[in-house]
Design a protein. Sequence first.
Length: 355
Amino acid sequence: MTNEWGASVSRTYLDWNATTPLRAEARAAMVGAMDVVGNPSSVHAEGRTAKGLIERARKDIAAALGAEGADIIFTSSATEAAALALAGKGASCAGIEHDAVRSWCDERLAVDGNGTVTVDDPATCALQLANSETGVIQTLPEGLMLTDATQGFGKIPFAFNWCGAQMAIVSAHKLGGPKGIGALVVKRGTEIEARIKGGGQEMGRRSGTENVVGIAGFAAAARAAQADLEDGIGARIKKLRKILENTIAESSNKTIFVGKDANRLPNTSCFVTPGWKGETQVMVMDLAGFAVSAGSACSSGKVKTSAALEAMGFDRGQAGCALRVSLGRDTSEKEVLAFAHAWSREYEKFRARGR
């Protein structure tokens, strides 16, 4: 890639919460699934082969999620899974939730300055496992209606059967699987009304010919992510985040690290530098060769003021000055330091302009 002056710029990807690079295991599984000819709803041998692939994937994802005995309903995304779970339920949530959840809920739950939510009536509430912007992890109450586990699944240990929720939503591309495939996880016996009707696939809860290739990639990514967790990848990435934040703090004593005193995803750092717009930081760091974010990546390419930070008590001006750096399995200490030093140089330019 070249910058605006035509000079070559190497790229460093530090936006893993937006989407993750496709794992080799997922790619291989998807390539193999492309040779599966049959429609999973057909009763002949080819159809049974496709159906068998889906059911093996369902079991693998359930195992990675700690959801044995629960129903895994495949969808096109976590957004669709949220709609399937919440439409018409009259659920409540907090302002830190992803728009896919907030769109279906009454936004009334209280959030403290560390991003921790108070849930008063779990059976009527949705509460995320971890926040995509700040990384803050919640304690899920017993009997919770729904948890958005999209950001936590594959990054921290999680067992659906023990988390206390009746339902959970997950997405493949957040843990190294393909885009365009997600799932709703449901405790067996929970009533779900289909929103997409037709051929009765997915136990009659989500019609439409299943995305066999995507499902195969999802399962392979889930298995690989679980293996990474068991190998202690979280601790390694958390050390990199500490290096990042310490280096940034040495350059700017004005910068606020959001949720620093809370339990956070090991890979996520969100920081506010008053007066320096997040969208400006994203652009200058992009020109320097680093992909980072000013918040959620689900705004059709637009940078919006963070509703999550405002819910935590930041004013609109502060929330507009947030930058999110999210690390991944391939991130190196060299890359983290290169970003931190490049950010520090740009911050000095910003300060000089202010003076």
